[in-house]
Design a protein around this ligand. Structure first.
Ligand SMILES: NC(=O)c1ccc[n+]([C@@H]2O[C@H](COP(=O)([O-])OP(=O)(O)OC[C@H]3O[C@@H](n4cnc5c(N)ncnc54)[C@H](OP(=O)(O)O)[C@@H]3O)[C@@H](O)[C@H]2O)c1
Length: 307
């Protein structure tokens, strides 16, 4: 437990910064529930897989390759199905969606957890900046391909980040989704994480009148493999910070487990969570026009790259 965990209190949910995924799901019987999770083989995704399956959920666990997903599933005791989903490859994402739909199980939740951060140099897929394409467009294609599979009160949970605050000053740079008109590693990461929030908000709007919900969240700052692209000096600083200010992996997985399955979140939609409680985004994260514009742009991109 980090020093910070000892000083941070709990919020209205009864949980807080120091809560773990096991604690927020304590006493819940998820038998009969099916949950699709991306990024199941590492970091907070792996802990989410472990805890949700421990509580009885059938987790459809996605990783870049089926071998990675199978290895992760092999480490947990519960009921799981391993699937491949390379988010930067639209054909793989569509194949994953088809495979999941083909299982014939309704989805109680989809947790969009996988992500990459701060690639030092501009990288692209299909002409789009790779963090935006992986973190947002990959999940946009996956979720919108599986809307029919969601249960009537199914929950879409999009793992964003407090780093959405580092998005460009104007928010989503619709005229620079390629990154070619300017690129910074954390600016592009921030933009992709802002896109995660706006996607959840617009989806929540489109779910109005149904029991389905969509929310986004910041999991906290956790020492995982996410920092692999960061310079060595920054990674060393992270390692030093672990016992002082960073969350543990079980703490980092708590908010997404809470939002995905806790009864208190039933019917709650269009919100942003942090430390297992509702929280606040930047003004861009509440911008409905930007969310609508992003949806439209994402639909166009999805159509173009899956044609
Ligand atoms: N750690 C933090 O401090 C922090 C803070 C705020 C938000 N987050 C968010 O939390 C989420 C989980 O991150 P983490 O910290 O657990 O990092 P992690 O340990 O690096 O795990 C990321 C997961 O995403 C997968 N992934 C990456 N690129 C992918 C792709 N193209 N297709 C499919 N899967 C892909 C990784 O697979 P491989 O192992 O095969 O690469 C891995 O399973 C991310 O969305 C991240 O933005 C983390």
């Amino acid at each position: 437990m980090s020093l910070l965990s000892m000083f941070k209190g709990k919020g209205p949910s009864g949980f807080g910064y120091g809560s773990t995924a096991e604690e927020v799901t304590e006493g819940l019987d998820l038998t009969g529930r099916t949950i699709l999770l991306t990024g199941c083989n590492s970091g907070i995704g792996k802990e989410t897989l472990r805890v949700l399956s421990k509580r009885g959920a059938h987790v459809i666990a996605a990783a870049r390759t089926v071998e990675k997903a199978q290895a992760a599933c092999g480490e947990v005791g519960g009921e799981t199905t391993a699937v491949a989903c390379e988010l930067s490859d639209p054909a793989s994402v569509k194949a994953c969606a088809a495979e999941v739909a083909g299982l014939g199980r309704r989805l109680d939740a989809i947790i969009c957890n996988a992500g990459i951060m701060a690639l030092p140099k501009l990288q692209q897929k299909h002409g789009y900046e790779l963090q935006f394409f992986t973190n947002h467009i990959g999940h946009f294609i996956l979720v919108t391909s599986l809307l029919q599979s969601l249960t009537d009160n199914g929950r879409v949970v999009v793992v964003s980040s407090g780093a959405h605050k580092g998005a460009p000053p104007e928010g989503i740079q619709f005229d620079n989704l390629s990154g070619e008109r300017g690129y910074t590693p954390f600016g592009a990461y921030g933009q992709s994480k802002l896109a995660n929030i706006l996607f959840a908000n617009e989806l929540a709007k489109r779910f109005e009148g149904t029991g389905k919900t969509a929310n986004s969240l910041h999991p906290g700052v956790i020492h995982t493999n996410l920092g692999r692209s960061m310079p060595a000096i920054a990674r060393s600083a992270m390692a030093v910070a672990v016992p002082v200010v960073l969350k543990s992996v079980p703490q980092g997985a708590a908010t997404q487990c809470y939002v995905a399955v806790h009864p208190r979140v039933e019917g709650v939609t269009g919100k942003y969570f942090a430390d297992c409680n509702e929280s606040h985004t930047t003004r861009h994260g509440r911008d409905e026009a930007m969310a609508a514009k992003l949806w439209e742009a994402s639909e166009k991109i999805a159509a173009e790259v899956t044609a």
